[in-house]
Structure formats: C-alpha cells, structure tokens
Design a protein around this ligand. Structure first.
Ligand code: THU
Length: 160
C-alpha cells in the first residue's frame, strides 16, 4: 500500500486591483456577460469570458430551462461555442464571476464538477492549459494555473 497525495495550489489576491492586467480585463468581460444570464429559475447569474490563442475573447452565461436538468452552465456554453466558432484554436484563460439574488457573494465560486470535466477536455483537446480566474460579486480573486488543478484524476479519453 502506498499513499498518494493530490496537490493543487492557487493564488489568492485580496482584490481584483492586484491582478495582472490581462486577468483583470478578462474578469471585466466575464462581469459584462452576467447581463445575458438567462436564469429565471435559480436567479443565480454566472458570467464567463475566455481568452483564445487568436486573441479573441468570447463571453458566455448560464442558460436555464424549465426542465431543470437541461440548464446549461456558463462555462460549458462558452467552451462549446468557442469550439464551433474557432475550431482548433486553444483557450488560454477562463474567468468566472457570479451574482446571486439575495446577497452579495464575496467569495469566488469554483466551476461545478461537470464544468471542470469540460474544461479538462478542452485543455487536452488543444494541448494547452487554461488559466482559471475566479471572483464572486466582490472580494478576493483565485487564480489557478490550469483547469486540471481543479479536477485531479479527471476522466479522459485514453480510458476508452
Ligand atoms: N452554474 C454555472 O453556470 N456554472 C457552474 O459551474 C455552476 C452552476 C449555473 C447553473 C444554473 O443556471 C445556476 O448556476 C445555478 O446552479
């Protein structure tokens, strides 16, 4: 028997003002995407922006459905859109912000498990790590060097 330790580290900035300028700009784009969140059921808005290797920035937001399991997370919406719009172009960074209905959320919300799996698939497909930048409505910003740090031992195509 051997113990294995899964290790992931991230940077926590106290405010967005301390971030490198490109990260701050991507967060602002993600915040703009909140406006287009379609979330009449949860009233929880998620805005995402991605920075692509061709310099494009794409935005996405969550897209809910009265049949609840069909709700599409913002991360998955924008990554699927990017793969169709710019096939073969790597995603280099992804910023996520959130906005709740009843309270100001002052800590970052990390992508759900399904979104982490989709982020990891995108990293593998493009052979390019995706820098992850997370913030709540306000408060600290967490930066992960790659999506894989959020999902150690991800399921992947080599098993199939
Ligand atoms: N949501 C996302 O857009 N991304 C996540 O990573 C987690 C959850 C959305 C789905 C739903 O519209 C709302 O947030 C509440 O779960």
């Amino acid at each position: 028997m051997k113990e294995h330790i899964l290790h992931a580290s991230f940077l926590a900035y106290d405010t967005a003002g301390e971030l490198p300028a490109p990260d701050r700009a991507l967060l602002e784009q993600a915040r703009a995407a909140l406006e287009h969140s379609y979330s009449p059921y949860s009233h929880f808005k998620v805005g995402v922006a991605i920075w692509m290797a061709n310099g494009e920035i794409m935005r996405g937001s969550n897209y809910e459905n009265a049949a609840y399991p069909l709700c599409i997370c913002a991360e998955q919406a924008v990554l699927a859109a990017a793969a169709s719009r710019f096939p073969g172009i790597a995603v280099q960074a992804l910023a996520v912000v959130i906005k709740g209905q009843h309270k100001v959320i002052d800590i970052p919300a990390a992508p759900c498990g399904g979104c982490r799996q989709v982020i990891c698939e995108t990293e593998r497909k493009n052979n390019c790590p995706i820098r992850i930048v997370l913030q709540g409505e306000t408060g600290p910003v967490y930066v992960f060097e790659k999506g894989g740090d959020l999902l150690p031992l991800a399921f992947e195509g080599s098993y199939l």
